[in-house]
Design a protein around this ligand. Structure first.
Ligand code: COI
Length: 354
């Protein structure tokens, strides 16, 4: 397939160096789009000016949420080199999500190359201040115009780009989590491990209620027993309990995070005891009470490595590490961001340099 490139005649004003970017509020000049039609496959791949796209209101995605997305980041070092963190992992995961949501597979190499072309065109949009990045949002949505509940026969794949700062308005300040023991995010056999858009819609109600009580996020428990820790929705969870770094095992209802995987690999390669296993909320609370819960943190592309300073469970507050970022959390933050930006070597070969 050919990739057509149409450049904008109206480039936008870029944020001034050092401007507060927030998360996902500013979009660059171009986007990558590609259409799918049953019988024809993926076609019409384009890099074109960023802008609104018109849809019929009977379009499948608006009614039945047949849509998936990814999130990854690009950085730029002082030599002007573009650095993309583990992009192949995102497109592999996108195909796994597509499979679950009856969406046709994409050619991972083709879209990776399309992304690289887009990044080269948008290079000047990549911010370079510490803690910033160009956030990359690939998505696929079902575009059949019909109200029958069936998999669509037409799709739109797109990649949009957004220069971002930290995901949380308070930056690296430790987050406050509400352990959710009523609402459910995902069940085994459901869609929790795929990055489908509906997973995020179902989390909004609990998230809003938590925000009203001044929490940053909800910590989800398993749907069946409300016993095991799952994830935060925008982050996977890790706990340091008595010297062991523990993260919930991927039992089917948890997103297989790429930052999660990178942390496990970094910890193991550097002599830490790291386990993927079921971890109950009772174990976490017990460890906090007996002084062995050394640290808790979340991991995600948007959130990077985010310390957890306190958790509320059944009306009780549990402070972690005196409400401060712990040493393993800090080491992971410095190491991951160092590899991404080029400040540190990349021994695992995770960064694609353009
Ligand atoms: C990401 O970390 O990239 C995510 O997709 C999480 C969130 C922003 C939805």
């Amino acid at each position: 397939m050919e990739l057509q490139i149409i450049r904008t005649q109206h480039p936008k004003q870029k944020p001034a160096p050092g401007a507060k970017l927030g998360f996902g509020k500013i979009f660059t000049d171009h986007m990558f789009t590609m259409r799918y039609t049953e019988g024809q496959g993926w076609h019409d791949a384009k890099i074109e000016p960023y802008g609104p796209v018109e849809f019929d209101l009977a379009t499948t995605v608006f009614h039945y949420a047949q849509g998936i997305f990814e999130g990854l980041k690009a950085f730029k070092n002082e030599k002007g080199e573009i650095r993309v963190f583990r992009p192949d992992e995102n497109f592999k995961r996108m195909n796994r999500s597509a499979e679950r949501m009856c969406i046709p597979q994409i050619d991972e190499t083709f879209v990776l190359n399309g992304l690289f072309e887009l990044l080269k065109i948008e290079k000047d949009w990549i911010p370079t201040e510490p803690g910033t990045a160009l956030y990359i949002r690939p998505s696929i949505i079902a575009t059949n115009v019909m109200l029958g509940v069936h998999a669509s026969k037409e799709y739109l794949f797109f990649i949009i780009l957004s220069p971002v700062g930290s995901y949380y308005a308070h930056g690296l300040e430790p987050t406050r989590l509400l352990v959710e023991d009523y609402y459910t995010r995902a069940t085994i056999g459901g869609t929790g491990e795929s990055k489908c858009i509906a997973n995020y819609a179902v989390s909004l109600k609990a998230g809003e209620e938590a925000e009203k009580k001044s929490f940053d996020q909800v910590l989800w428990l398993d749907a069946k027993e409300k016993k095991y820790v799952e994830e935060v929705g925008s982050m996977n969870m890790f706990f340091v309990i008595g010297g062991e770094v523990v993260t919930p095992a991927l039992v089917g209802s948890i997103l297989p995070g790429i930052t999660r995987k990178s942390c496990i690999e970094l910890l193991a390669a550097n002599g830490y005891k790291v386990s993927e296993r079921r971890v109950s909320i009772d174990e976490v609370i017990e460890a906090q009470k007996n002084g062995t819960l050394d640290e808790a943190f979340g991991t995600g592309t948007a959130a990077v490595i985010s310390p957890v300073g306190m958790m509320e469970y059944k009306g009780e507050d549990y402070v972690v590490n005196g409400g401060k970022m712990g040493p393993i959390t800090k080491w992971l933050y410095d190491t991951i961001t160092g590899i991404q930006s080029g400040r540190l070597p990349d021994p695992h070969g995770w960064v694609v340099r353009l």
